[in-house]
Design a protein around this ligand. Structure first.
Ligand SMILES: *Cc1c(COP(=O)(O)O)cnc(C)c1O
Length: 387
């Protein structure tokens, strides 16, 4: 093998963080289901303790994710929210100001509005598609937070101008790229300092584990690790092992998610029972050109608008393959209505104003056969037509 050639994405997904090669050694990483490890006498050496984030399963998973993101350092923790908290606390303290995208995961929004606000960290929300976004910066701005693609409209932002403004001001750019995964988009290659993932979603990919990851600049990751240790955000070793196993198939799963996304979106766009289809792979999506330039694939998330809330309820109840459940990124297709989940805190008028009218249905398309997913949607649309 030519050692000078950089390994491809799929190869890294399968092999980065592998155990040492030795006769008789296990081919896969063992699960170190232990809270603690033998120490040096007299307190010498690094203390290994699972809450400290230096359990071998945590380290192996971190190496794998860092290799996929092209990150100098990575930290894995017990959930996506723990990852978000650790990333933000690496950058922010009392008195600091954050500029954040208005379209954010609900939990992140609550973290900023309720918890960080209480601790004296102020947030200004902006729409990064509005050319005036830079006016939100103040001389106290210490970080910028963006989610791309967003939930559930799948809006995509160009990170480069934001990253340029951030580096002029010395404020790290933090990007939640849970919906994209490193298979489709790697924010660090576009100027971001830190990328955050809910590994509960595509990275693990089987809807059977809760985990989070932060990857990026080594100095910030060092601070994130220090804070995660004290917050007690550690990822359980078995959960780390499950995420690691999931990542080995990330590239092939994402290929299928991307293909199913395109096939189902193109079909949905032709249906008279569907008012509007939101998918970045469609020319009708407002960020299609950006997605085509920046993304390796358009993903498995899809939004469709039905004639109203009642039609949406009849539709989701009638689906036989797709499961009505929150969350996303698993091998099975999940469906949800944002008005009852991510956007339940808004009034119908407020939802309408942000482009999510009642009748909006969000799909996390799995890796089933596209024809079966389409047939399921088709029969549910027929049911939804008749009150
Ligand atoms: C799910 C999700 C989170 C939170 O992750 P948990 O693993 O549920 O804590 C954060 N951001 C995005 C975009 C998500 O989809």
């Amino acid at each position: 093998m030519d050692n000078t050639q950089p390994l491809g994405f799929s190869t890294r997904a399968v092999h980065a963080g592998d155990p040492e090669r030795a006769v008789g050694a296990a081919v896969t990483n063992a699960v170190y289901q232990t809270s603690t490890f033998f120490s040096e006498p007299n307190g010498g050496g690094e203390v290994l303790y699972t809450r400290y984030g230096n359990n071998p399963n945590q380290l192996a998973l971190q190496a794998r994710i860092a290799a996929l993101e092209g990150a100098p350092a990575c930290l894995v923790v017990g959930s996506g929210m723990a990852a978000m908290t650790a990333a933000m606390l690496a950058c922010l303290q009392a008195g600091d100001h954050l500029v954040a995208a208005r379209a954010l995961y609900g939990g992140t929004r609550t973290l900023l509005d309720r918890e960080f606000a209480r601790l004296g960290i102020r947030t200004t929300y902006v729409d990064f598609h509005d050319s005036e976004w830079a006016s939100a910066f103040t001389d106290r701005t210490r970080a910028v937070l963006v989610e791309t693609p967003t939930n559930p409209l799948l809006r995509i932002v160009d990170l480069r101008p934001i990253a340029d403004e951030c580096s002029r001001r010395g404020a790290p750019l933090i990007v939640d790229a849970t919906f994209a995964t490193p298979a489709n988009f790697r924010p660090l290659e576009h100027g971001a300092d830190v990328v955050v993932h809910s590994a509960t979603k595509y990275l693990s990919g089987h809807s059977d584990v809760t985990a989070g990851a932060v990857a990026g600049r080594a100095d910030l990751l060092d601070l994130a690790l220090q804070r995660a240790r004290i917050l007690g955000a550690a990822l359980d070793p078995h959960a780390a092992w499950l995420v690691e196993r999931g990542i080995k198939t990330l590239a092939v799963r994402m290929e299928r998610h991307n293909r199913n996304g395109m096939a189902v979106a193109e079909w949905c766009e032709q249906q008279p029972g569907i008012v509007r289809t939101h998918y970045p792979g469609l020319a009708s999506h407002p960020d299609h050109a950006l997605a085509a330039r920046l993304f390796g694939g358009y993903g498995g998330m899809l939004g469709v608008e039905l004639a109203g809330g009642d039609a949406a309820t009849r539709f989701v109840r009638a689906l036989r393959l797709a499961k009505l459940a929150p969350s996303l990124g698993g091998v099975e297709t999940l469906v949800s209505e944002p008005r009852h989940t991510s956007h339940a805190g808004l009034s119908p008028a407020e939802r309408e104003a942000v482009g999510i009218p009642d009748g909006f249905v969000r799909f996390s398309l799995g890796i089933e056969d596209a024809g079966d997913l389409i047939a399921d949607i088709e029969q549910a649309l027929a049911v939804a037509r008749t009150p």
